[in-house]
Design a protein around this ligand. Structure first.
Ligand code: SAM
Ligand code: TMP
Ligand code: ZN
Length: 405
């Protein structure tokens, strides 16, 4: 077992999802070279409690020119980040000429509002096509990986940052020590590092095993983030529970001793202890639940096929790579998956080779059932596709258990 990437402690494996493809590698049907697979397993460090993957996919294979994910494909997420930008403008950015950096700025969903307010900013993201969309929206972007060396170069060129923000990216970076050293270098003395990430407690509570995939190298909770921050001279001074992506926490870190931690931090730490978030038994139960979901879902899909019912997938999410390949779903069970992202359409789902089609294919004709891989966007997608349900179509969901709605 490899040692903990944070503290070098010993890591105990609790879940094994087998051979998996790169979750956002949507290949063209014409591509004939061999697809890359790695072994997906997760463990928990016995010393610092950080939940982490046991093997790492090289970063350039995941995040590159054609990385397809776009934040703004969800109107709800676009508005979530715009609201947060407004909040930053009214709180942390009141000094004269503040500077904001975002790690993993993608299509600029957050920095757009910062740019529109005339505030100095920089997005850092290695995904060239996403960065171009951000640039078109008026956002300044450095197409690069954020780490110690790029942070030093930014500090040299632009000076210290009052706020460094990151959403759904910090947990994607195995070399997280280098990122924190970079933040230490770049952040103003009284600055804050704010980041949002899916919350381990919610993942456990909803048995959402599909939140485990190559990009999610770490699964954070307040306790493990406090331990990580302390190793780099930072302290968690606020932790806000969010509902996005199935449950997330917005952590605020400041240099140790600079700000008084809010009551929410202690409350969440207490709650995590009650939930047994550092106990191996909690994770063993989670892995058992994942197996039950896999078995129940495959029984349902095979039963529907034997009844002559049609089922298509909805949402070519990165999460669905784990769900599809762990369960062993094939094109004869799910003939295609609908997704609104242009860079995924006309391509194949990683591993399974199930085709991705635009949402317009959904109604031609409607299937009997739709398996909702983008369950974190259920409200938005079900509202967009109201006519499907009204015409008798049913949604299949698989977390926290397999059910039909
Ligand atoms: N922040 C957006 C959001 O929450 O919707 C995008 C999240 S997307 C899942 C992760 C983004 O992080 C991608 O755009 C990827 O290119 C970027 N990324 C990955 N590693 C990075 C690194 N070391 N530095 C900066 N960005 C990185
Ligand atoms: P995510 O769960 O990683 O945010 O990915 C959501 C996926 O679902 C993304 O590929 C875009 C897609 N999607 C749709 O196809 N239609 C929609 O209405 C929404 C909100 C997302
Ligand atoms: Zn550790």
């Amino acid at each position: 077992m490899p040692p903990c990437r944070i503290c070098g402690g010993s890591v105990i494996e609790f879940a094994d999802f087998g051979r998996q493809p790169i979750s956002d590698a949507f290949r063209l049907p014409s591509q004939t070279d061999e697809e890359f697979f790695y072994h997906l397993a997760a463990g928990i460090c016995q010393s610092c409690t950080m939940v982490q993957l046991l093997s790492e996919v090289p970063r350039e294979m995941m995040f590159h020119e054609q990385y397809p994910y776009r934040t703004s494909e969800s109107a709800m997420m676009a508005s979530h980040f715009e609201l947060f930008a407004q909040r930053l403008l009214e709180t942390e950015l009141l000094d004269s000429d503040p500077f904001v950096v975002e790690i993993g700025s993608n299509d600029g969903a957050m920095l757009k509002a910062i740019s529109n307010a005339g505030v100095r900013h920089l997005g850092v993201d290695p995904s060239g096509e996403a960065a171009r969309l951000a640039t078109q929206a008026g956002v300044r972007v450095r197409v690069d990986f954020f780490e110690k060396s790029s942070a030093a170069a930014i500090r040299c060129a632009d000076g210290p940052a009052k706020v460094i923000f990151s959403a759904n990216t910090f947990s994607h970076i195995p070399y997280i020590g280098s990122v924190l050293e970079g933040i230490d270098e770049l952040l103003a003395d009284d600055g804050v590092f704010v980041f949002e990430e899916r919350y381990l407690a919610d993942i456990i509570a909803s048995s959402s095993f599909d939140q485990i995939y190559d990009e999610h190298f770490y699964l954070f909770c307040v306790r493990s983030v406090c331990n990580l921050a302390a190793r780099h001279g930072f302290e968690v001074v606020d932790a806000e529970h969010l509902t996005v992506h199935g449950g997330a926490i917005r952590y605020t870190l400041a240099r140790t001793g600079r700000r008084r931690p809010s009551a929410a931090v202690a409350e969440l730490l207490d709650r995590e202890a009650t939930l047994g978030l550092a106990d191996l038994a909690t994770f063993t139960r989670f892995a058992t639940n994942a197996k039950t979901i896999r078995d129940d879902l495959m029984v349902l899909l095979r039963e529907l096929r034997s009844q002559g019912k049609t089922v298509v997938g909805y949402g070519a999410t990165a999460k669905s790579a784990t769900a599809i390949n762990y369960c062993g779903m094939t094109p004869d069970l799910i003939p295609f998956v609908c997704d609104s992202t242009p860079g995924k359409q006309g391509r194949l789902m990683p591993g399974s080779g199930i085709p991705v089609r635009p949402p317009s294919a959904f109604s031609q004709p409607y299937p009997d059932y739709a398996l909702l891989f983008a369950w974190n966007h259920a409200e938005e997608i079900m509202a967009n596709e109201r006519a499907f349900h009204e015409s008798g179509g049913k949604w299949i969901l698989y977390v926290p258990d397999v059910h039909v709605a």
